[in-house]
Design a protein around this ligand. Structure first.
Ligand SMILES: Nc1ncnc2c1ncn2[C@@H]1O[C@H](COP(=O)(O)OP(=O)(O)OP(=O)(O)O)[C@@H](O)[C@H]1O
Length: 262
């Protein structure tokens, strides 16, 4: 049994949530960012650990990719976004953000562990971990070494959803970590003229899968071109202000599922 790591001295983190997806490209980083914004809007102190080392996208979504996290020799100081969300990512530590990370699994896993143990997170209500996609070596090491309180699984609507979500769920079970629920991303498109919801990829599959696995669906997020363009421009927090009601409702659902933050 691998010993769980502790965050560095002077750091207090109330809830650690790992955001997982069974496969890449379902919008896990976008959803992690939206969760952070929704919780920050509610007044929580939020941090994001970008553990998707080979495809880190959190700094760009928050527009902090030109900043650098610095190390004072003892700890790494995370970057802060405009609304005060603390972010650490390999992209904030390397000279060139477009340099490919050609590292083997153990080195990546070691770096992610350091993001937990060597970063001066300070006082956080919630730390969100944007996990690498899938259920391989790195997610496994993170789950074994970081004291994660629970998991949010992000999925997109498609035929293979059951199989893909099941992998994440089984991994969580193996690690004896609770699953807070599933967020279905790109679930539907809402017509801007008539407000009708169109379930382009089919409706109801996620409920079926969730029921079978005895877990909850936390939220179904729409395909939203405005969300995409603001994320591309590094302005996800502007989206959080523009769509305050929507984000508040999402924040409430997360808060509810994680059993409050004390
Ligand atoms: N709700 C949404 N509506 C429309 N497009 C979206 C939505 N969510 C995410 N996207 C787009 O889908 C693409 C993938 O999103 P993202 O990078 O968040 O996925 P990911 O699962 O983290 O990917 P990876 O596994 O490669 O890290 C991005 O171009 C993003 O803008």
């Amino acid at each position: 049994m691998i010993q769980k790591e502790k965050p560095m001295e002077g750091t207090s983190i109330k809830k650690i949530i790992a955001v997982m997806s069974g496969k890449g490209g379902v919008g896990k980083s976008s959803v992690t960012s939206l969760m952070a914004v929704a919780l920050r809007n509610k007044g929580y102190k939020v941090g994001i650990m970008d553990a998707d080392i080979t495809g880190p996208s959190i700094p760009k979504i928050f527009g902090v990719n030109n900043q650098r996290a610095f190390s004072d020799g003892k700890s790494i100081v995370p970057v802060e976004t405009v609304t005060g969300i603390k972010v650490i990512s390999l992209n904030l530590l390397v000279d060139q953000e477009d340099a490919p990370v050609v590292w083997r699994g153990p080195l990546i896993a070691g770096t992610v562990k350091q993001f937990f143990t060597d970063v001066a997170w300070g006082d956080l209500d919630v730390l969100l971990i944007d996990m690498p996609p899938g259920t391989g070596d790195v997610p496994l090491t993170i789950m074994q070494s970081v004291p994660v309180d629970g998991i949010v699984v992000v999925s997109s609507p498609q035929d293979l959803v059951k199989l893909i979500v099941k992998k994440s769920v089984n991994m969580a079970k193996m690690m004896a970590t609770p699953i807070y629920g599933i967020v279905e991303n790109m679930s539907y498109f809402e017509c801007p003229d008539c407000n009708k919801k169109h379930y382009i990829f089919g409706e109801g599959k996620i409920e079926e899968a969730a029921k079978e696995m005895n877990i909850d669906v936390i939220e179904k997020l729409p395909i939203d071109p405005e969300f995409v363009s603001l994320c591309d421009e590094g302005k996800v927090e502007v989206f959080g202000k523009m769509r305050f009601g929507f984000c508040e409702s999402f924040g409430n659902k997360i808060e509810d599922k994680i059993g409050g933050i004390e």
